[in-house]
Design a protein around this ligand. Structure first.
Ligand code: ADP
Ligand code: ADP
Length: 234
């Protein structure tokens, strides 16, 4: 039951110094229900890799299959449909600043054409799930960082995705808030069986919630395995 399969993926960018392989021959298999982490220093290629998993970047070479779809090949309507199944949260939340909590969470449902009544019911469930009851009508500027990320998570879960991609999702948060968001992600993984792929430069994040980890350096994965094997020494 592999959910994600990355095969011989290369991503090359042109730069002033010539071509850079941001991702350099990466192979990865991620199982359904896993919390999988990718750790590495800044510039290692983590963000490029995770962005290729939902088609935000297209590999220069190789193939990426997520939930039976070759995301590295699809475009247009099919890609938009795939992104409902492969959703993402971000370091800086990417919320709509002129919309309330409810409207931010409802946004992907509107795009998917979910009727109003059903939308309202779904948003209520999501608000309860992420612990934002009482903040329905707040604007993002009125929320704490942790609350903003809870909105991001609820929005990402709106269309019942198969995978949640987390791009440095706790890097803008203080340690205590980080822990509460990580606990929410574990809870969602357990309750919904949702597969989670996260990238981070913080060992603590990996240790706290990941089942398996890949270590990335200069575009390559240099080690993969269960967290306790990869980080033997505390
Ligand atoms: P990380 O997420 O681990 O910090 P990135 O994937 O952002 O790493 O970057 C990997 C490498 O690719 C870096 O050398 C970065 O400068 C380069 N890179 C990333 N995105 C682009 C881009 N759009 N154009 C040119 N180079 C890029
Ligand atoms: P980033 O670091 O990517 O800018 P932010 O979460 O700060 O992340 O911003 C996300 C988007 O919202 C950006 O396009 C930014 O310009 C916009 N934005 C941020 N803060 C505000 C604000 N107070 N009012 C309106 N737009 C904002």
């Amino acid at each position: 039951n592999q959910l994600i399969s990355v095969k011989n993926v290369i991503k090359t960018y042109a730069s002033r110094k010539g071509e850079v392989n941001a991702v350099n021959d990466v192979n990865l298999e991620i199982k359904e229900g896993e919390i999988f982490g990718v750790i590495g220093y800044s510039g290692a290629g983590k963000s490029t890799l995770i962005r290729m998993l939902n088609g935000l970047e297209i590999p220069t070479n190789g193939s990426i299959v997520v939930a039976g779809r070759e995301v590295s090949r699809i475009k247009g309507r099919e890609l938009r449909k795939a992104r409902q199944e492969i959703s993402m949260i971000f370091q800086h939340f990417n919320l709509l600043w002129s919309r309330t909590v409810v409207d931010n969470i409802a946004f992907p449902l509107e795009i998917a054409g979910v009727p109003r009544q059903e939308r309202e019911k779904r948003v209520k469930e999501l608000i309860a799930l992420v612990g934002l009851s009482g903040r329905e009508d707040a604007y993002p500027s009125q929320l704490s960082g942790g609350q903003k990320q809870r909105v991001g998570i609820a929005r990402a879960l709106a269309n019942n995705p198969k995978v949640l991609l987390c791009d440095e999702a706790t890097s803008a948060l203080d340690p205590q808030t980080t822990d509460s968001i990580l606990e929410l992600l574990v809870d969602i993984n357990k309750r919904l069986g949702l597969t989670i792929v996260l990238i981070t430069h913080e060992m603590h994040v990996i240790r706290k919630i990941c089942h398996r980890v890949a270590v990335m350096e200069s575009g390559r994965i240099v080690e993969t395995g269960p967290v306790l094997h990869v980080f033997k020494n505390p």
